[in-house]
Write a protein that binds this ligand. Structure first.
Ligand code: GLN
Length: 508
C-alpha cells in the first residue's frame, strides 16, 4: 500500500495543501456539468417535439430524472469498490472523467444523429463516470490530511465550496443557454465544463498529488490479491454486459421500460442493497473488533443522512413547484425565473463555507470537540426548521384559497436554514467516512455515503410531486410531514450521541 504521503506542512492553497486546489477545481467542473445538465433534462424531455424536445409526459420525464439522479449516486458503490480493489483512486477518477466527458459528447451529438439512443447512452456514460469519479475524489481529499482532525474537516469544507461553486455557475450558465438559446448549447456548455475538469486532473495530478491515491491497499498474499482483482474485473465486465444488453433491447424497441414503475421499485432495491452490503461486510469483510464498531457508526450516519437528503433533495421537486406556483417572483417589475431559486442553496454554501471552516478550526484551538453524530443532529434540526418555515408559507397560501402569491423570503429563509443544516452534515459526513472507514474500504464507504443521497433523491421525488395548485391542502402536509420526520430523527440521534461516541474509539 502507498501510505498517504501528503506534506502536512504545505499550506499554499488557502492554508491547505496544493493537491486540494487540484481536487477543488476538478470537482468544481464535474459539478458544473452535473448541476448544469440536471435542470435542463426535465424541461428538454417534456418539451414538445416542435420545440426541439422529446415530447414526453411530465410524470414520465420526471421519473426518468429521478432514476438518473439516484443512479448517478448509486453508481458510487461499484465505483468505490473498483477503485479500492482494482484501479486505485487516481486511475478511477481519471477514467470517470473520461466517461463523463464522453457522455456529454454523446448528448451533444444526439442533436444531430440518433437522437434518443445517443441521448440515453450519454446519460448512462455520465452515471458510470460519476460513480468512478465522485466517491473517489472525495476519498482522496482525506488522504491529503493523514493527521485527520479539524484540519481535515476544514479541508472538506473548502472542497465542498468547490462543489457548490461549480453547481452555482452550472445552474446559471447552462440553464440560461439551454432555455434562452437552445437545448444543445446548454448541453454543450456542460460538456465543455467537464472536459476542462478532465484536462485539469490529467495534467495536474502527477504534479500536485505526488504518489497519493496511485496504488491500492494490497493483500500480503499475492494469490489472494490476484483473485480479488479478477473478481472485480469480471464483476465489472458482467455488469457492463448486462447494461449493454438492456440498452440494446430498449433502443431497438424490443422491450419497453416504464420509468414510473422502475422509479418506485428502485427505493426498495436501494435500501436492500445497503442492508445486504453491511451484512456482507460484518459477516465476511474480515473486520477487526474496532473496525466493526466504526462500521456500525457509518451505518447509523448513513441512515440519518438518508433522512436528511430525502428532505433536502426536495429542492428541485416540492420547493421548485412552490417557487413556480405560489411565490411572488416580481422583482423591479421583472418576473424572475422559478429555476433561479435552485441557485440559492449553492450560493449560501459558497458564502457560509469559509465561516464553517473557520468555526471548526477555532473550536479545535479551544479544544471544543463536537462529535460527528452531534453535528448531524444539529443538521437535521436546522433542516427541520427550514421545512417548518415552509409550513407557515403554505398555510398563507391555503388561507387565501391559493390566490395570494407569498413572499420569496419564505423560500430564501428556508434554503438558508437547510444550507446551514447541510454544512453541519454533508462535508462533516465526507470527512467522517474517510476517518471511520478501514483504509482498504475507503472508496466503498464513500459509495455508501452517496447511496444515502441516492435513496434521498428517490424519496424526495416521490414525496415532492404533491405540491399542486389543484390540490392545495396537500402542500402543508408535505412540509409538515418532512419537518416532523426531521425533528423525530434529531431527537433519536441526539439520544444516541454518547453511545456512538464511545464506539468511534479515537475518531471524533
Ligand atoms: N450538493 C452536494 C454535491 O453535489 C451534496 C450532494 C449530496 O450528497 N446530496 O456533492
Amino acid at each position: 500500500m502507498t501510505t498517504p504521503t501528503a506534506p502536512t506542512t504545505d499550506r499554499s492553497f488557502f492554508g491547505h495543501p496544493k493537491g486540494l486546489g487540484l481536487l477543488f477545481t476538478t470537482e468544481m467542473w464535474e459539478r458544473f456539468s452535473y448541476y448544469g445538465l440536471r435542470p435542463l433534462l426535465i424541461l428538454f424531455m417534456a418539451a414538445a417535439l416542435a420545440d426541439g424536445g422529446f415530447g414526453f409526459e411530465r410524470p414520465q420525464a420526471s421519473a426518468i430524472v429521478g432514476i438518473y439522479a439516484a443512479s448517478v449516486y448509486l453508481a458510487s458503490l461499484p465505483g468505490g469498490w473498483i477503485a479500492d480493489r482494482w484501479l486505485g483512486l487516481r486511475r478511477a477518477i481519471l477514467t470517470g472523467a473520461v466517461l463523463i466527458t464522453s457522455g456529454h459528447l454523446a448528448i451533444g451529438l444526439s442533436g444531430f444523429v440518433a437522437g434518443k439512443p445517443f441521448f440515453f447512452l450519454g446519460l448512462i456514460l455520465i452515471v458510470l463516470g460519476t460513480g468512478l469519479l465522485k466517491p473517489n475524489i472525495s476519498a482522496i481529499v482525506g488522504d491529503l490530511y493523514p493527521e485527520g482532525g479539524a484540519r481535515r474537516d476544514a479541508g472538506f469544507a473548502v472542497f465542498y465550496m468547490g462543489i457548490n461553486t461549480g453547481g452555482f455557475l452550472g445552474q446559471l450558465v447552462t440553464g440560461w443557454l439551454g432555455e434562452r438559446v437552445s437545448w444543445h448549447w446548454g448541453f454543450g456548455a456542460a460538456g465543455v465544463g467537464m472536459a476542462l475538469g478532465l484536462l485539469t486532473f490529467w495534467l495536474g495530478a502527477p504534479k500536485f498529488l505526488g504518489t497519493i491515491g496511485s496504488d491500492i491497499v494490497r493483500h500480503p498474499d499475492a494469490a489472494v490479491q490476484a483473485k480479488r482483482e479478477s473478481t472485480v474485473r469480471n464483476g465489472t465486465f458482467i455488469g457492463l454486459g448486462v447494461l449493454a444488453l438492456v440498452f440494446a433491447l430498449a433502443a431497438t424497441g424490443m422491450v419497453t421500460l416504464d420509468p414510473q414503475a422502475i422509479g418506485s421499485a428502485m427505493t426498495f432495491v436501494l435500501v436492500g442493497i445497503a442492508v445486504a452490503y453491511f451484512a456482507w461486510l460484518f459477516a465476511a469483510g474480515g473486520l477487526t473488533g474496532d473496525e466493526k464498531k466504526r462500521t456500525a457508526v457509518i451505518f447509523v450516519l448513513f441512515l440519518f443522512a438518508a433522512i436528511f437528503w430525502a428532505a433536502f433533495e426536495q429542492a428541485p421537486t416540492s420547493l421548485q413547484l412552490f417557487a413556480n406556483d405560489f411565490t411572488d417572483r416580481q422583482v423591479l417589475g421583472m418576473q424572475v425565473p422559478a429555476t433561479w431559486f435552485q441557485s440559492v442553496n449553492t450560493f449560501f454554501v459558497v458564502l457560509l463555507s469559509p465561516l464553517f471552516a473557520a468555526m471548526w478550526l477555532g473550536m479545535a484551538k479551544r479544544n471544543i470537540q463536537i462529535s460527528s453524530p452531534a453535528k448531524f443532529a444539529f443538521g437535521l434540526f436546522l433542516a427541520g426548521l427550514g421545512f417548518l418555515i415552509m409550513l407557515f408559507a403554505a398555510r398563507e397560501v391555503v388561507a387565501s384559497g391559493g390566490k395570494v402569491l407569498v413572499s420569496p423570503w419564505w423560500l430564501i429563509m428556508s434554503y438558508l436554514l437547510q444550507t446551514m443544516g447541510e454544512l453541519f452534515l454533508s462535508p462533516v459526513g465526507l470527512s467522517s467516512m474517510t476517518q471511520l472507514a478501514p483504509r482498504r474500504y475507503v472508496g466503498q464507504m464513500m459509495g455508501i455515503w452517496f447511496l444515502a443521497t441516492s435513496v434521498g433523491n428517490l424519496v424526495a421525488g416521490l414525496v415532492g410531486g404533491h405540491v399542486d395548485p389543484t390540490k392545495l391542502d396537500q402542500t402543508p402536509t408535505v412540509f409538515l410531514g418532512t419537518a416532523v420526520a426531521l425533528f423525530i430523527a434529531t431527537a433519536i440521534l441526539a439520544a444516541m450521541v454518547i453511545p456512538i461516541r464511545r464506539m468511534m474509539a479515537n475518531v471524533r
